[in-house]
Design a protein around this ligand. Structure first.
Ligand code: PRT
Ligand code: MG
Length: 214
């Protein structure tokens, strides 16, 4: 019997994905939030889940270590998408990729005057493209988390980060000044696996597709 492996991350993505998996008849036997297992069996003998960092999901699927995965568009844009089919926008884990600055900072006139901006972000590729398109000169500083801190302590003029409620920006006296792109999670499939294991992957794809229409 053919087996398939689905790569997921804990947290927001898993919360929103569990109902979709259920619609496809897939239920994890352990709760990934409480279990320390990295490979989770499901109610279906030929389907297993692997739990990886959100930003590692495309890599596992690209190399075929997982056949399918669910990853945010933020992560996919940074990864580049090589070797991946992205057939479905699941419309979950939604937020926006934004440029944000301290409340008192006049971003528009800094940009108008051709200032060179220091930008702290985890999303270096996305930020580079965005500012190149605008013709704004930037120095990019790569961070791995808590970007909101950088402008508060003089590490950067601005950040590029995800915003959903806006509460984190507000709590740190920052304001969003530009939207780069809307973000949601996508189903991704290894291109070779889709061809070789279509019999088992296609029904999962169809079930997800039906579930998000409802
Ligand atoms: O934690 P780890 O480093 O392993 O990875 P991760 O932090 O990327 O994972 P996780 O689970 O936090 O996020 C997984 C995915 O959820 C992301 O790749 C996005 O596609 C999606 N997502 C949706 C978000 C948000 N909304 C979001 N608000 N990811 C992060 N945030 C953060 C944001 O970076 C900021 O710090 O939440 C904060 C802002 O939230 P608000 O509500 O205060 O605006
Ligand atoms: Mg996180």
């Amino acid at each position: 019997m053919t087996d398939i492996t689905i790569a997921l991350s804990k947290g927001r993505i898993f919360e929103d994905t569990a109902p979709l998996l259920k619609a496809a008849g897939i239920v994890a036997l352990d709760d990934p939030e409480s279990s320390r297992k990295l490979i989770l069996a499901t109610n279906r003998a030929n389907v297993r889940l692997i739990i990886v960092r959100a930003s590692d999901v495309p890599t596992y699927v690209q190399y075929g270590a997982a056949d399918l995965g669910i990853a945010g568009k933020d992560v996919l844009h940074e990864h580049g998408g090589a070797g991946l089919y992205q057939p479905l926008d699941l419309n979950i884990a939604r937020c926006r990729m934004m440029v944000a600055v301290p409340e008192g900072f006049d971003y528009d006139s800094a940009v108008r005057q051709g200032a060179r901006l220091r930008i702290a972000t985890k999303y270096v590729q996305t930020a580079r493209e965005h500012f190149a398109d605008k013709g704004v000169h930037v120095d990019l500083i790569k961070l791995y988390g808590s970007m909101e801190l950088a402008p508060l302590v003089g590490l950067a003029d601005a950040i590029v980060d995800l915003v959903s409620s806006g509460n984190t920006l507000k709590a740190n006296h920052l304001k969003a000044v530009e939207e780069i792109m809307p973000i949601s999670a996508r189903l991704i499939i290894n291109q070779a696996a889709l061809k070789l294991k279509r019999e088992i992957i296609q029904p999962v794809l169809d079930a997800f597709s039906d579930a998000i229409k409802q």
